[in-house]
Design a protein around this ligand. Sequence first.
Ligand SMILES: [Zn+2]
Length: 258
Amino acid sequence: MTKIPQPAQYLLRVDDLCPTVHERRWRRLAAIIREFGIHPILAVVPDNQDSELRNSPPDPAFWAQMRAMQAAGAAIAIHGYRHQCVQRGKSMLPFHSHTEFSGRPAEEQRQMLRMGLEMLRAEGLNPRLWVAPRHGFDSNTLAALREEGIGYLSDGMALRPFLREGVVWIPQQIWSPVERKKGLWTICLHPGATTRPVAEDLRAFLSRNAAHFTSFDRVVKDYEAHEMSANERIYEAAVMGRLRLRRSVKKLVRQWQA
Ligand SMILES: [Zn+2]
């Protein structure tokens, strides 16, 4: 069984990429990725219809940029289909009540996934893994991924990749760069939220830790994923419980302040 890495390793994941990505903030983030020569996971929305991700006029060079970054070692992830999170359904990771995929019938999910994959491939991209909008996916999503030959996803609370329902989960646990002692940590950033202080924070972190960044390809080679051990399940339940509690408290505070 693959050991938990020590010192810690990091993966950078950039979500919500589409032609209308916030131009200035994404340019800033892409420059840092280039500067440190890291190989991120780029989570691309095949056919964005989410108005929240329309932050700049469509960039005609967007797809060429994705191809160039893929050629430089980035891994392309399929980030949903249209990023319209209007479906109510129970997700395997219970962070949000409305997501794009969870709760839809199996055939519909497979259809959405297939169309998304076709669109990315038509742009010359090779999607290697799944990144769910709002962490929303269920057993039907995983079945669709298996049927479409996508054997990896980025999500879940663990310190190393694990296998669940026939798909390898590469854990994604943090939303800003934080130093850790051991384990494989995926830092998820959203280009629309990468303000100057967020970018500077990432640059400072990379100045200290760039050598500890890995890539999707290396993770695939380095780890043999197994079902979680009993201890890992306890760890997962504890972290999920804490995250859920934190989200409920935030929601309550928002309601009181409204
Ligand atoms: Zn998203």
